[in-house]
Design a protein around this ligand. Structure first.
Ligand code: HEC
Length: 144
């Protein structure tokens, strides 16, 4: 009797987990999510600095964090694991999605390559170019 109960408990676990595959996101899907969340944090920090708030001397640090996370997101996307908020369209139009990602990485690298003493105007121009990529890609490939 006890054994039977254990078996049915195990069977119940199996049924539950296979019935709810979305509950436990794949680590790569989670990684995609976290790289994007970090990208948003970097954006907020840089926006603050451009608005005269925050640690101006750290602008380059936030730009570099954004650039490495852009690369991290791209690496996590290249293994093409569906899920999260990435629309199936991203995998279906892979060349377009990859080209957008590469353009975004190039723009964030340019932002990160600004000299430490770059003035606010130069920063704003490079920042504007980098963040233009966000909405354009989200409109097409991110689920709401
Ligand atoms: C080339 C496409 C692309 C670019 C460029 C891009 N994103 Fe994303 N972003 C995505 C996709 C796809 C997702 C959904 C990821 C997932 O959950 O699978 C996403 C998700 C997010 C999320 C929510 C986290 C999540 O997983 O739902 C935030 C916040 C975000 N992006 C911010 C930004 C910001 C800020 C920029 C620009 C500085 C940016 N993204 C640039 C494609 C892009």
């Amino acid at each position: 009797m006890k054994k039977l109960l254990l078996v049915s408990a195990a069977a119940a676990t199996l049924i539950t987990s296979s019935a709810m595959p979305q509950e436990k996101a794949h680590p790569t899907v989670k990684y995609r999510h976290h790289t994007m969340e970090t990208i948003k944090d970097s954006l907020i920090q840089m926006k603050g600095i451009l608005n005269g708030k925050g640690q101006s001397a750290d602008f380059g640090i936030h730009a570099r964090v954004m650039a490495v996370n852009a690369e991290g997101f791209y690496a996590a996307s290249r293994v093409k694991i569906a899920g999260g908020d990435t629309k199936p369209a991203a995998w279906e139009n892979w060349d377009d999605f990859a080209a957008r990602m590469e353009a975004y990485i190039a723009d964030t690298k340019a932002l990160a390559a600004l000299p430490e003493d770059a003035d606010q105007k130069a920063r704003a121009v490079a920042f504007g170019k980098a963040v233009k990529n966000c909405k354009a890609c989200h409109d097409k490939y991110r689920a709401e």
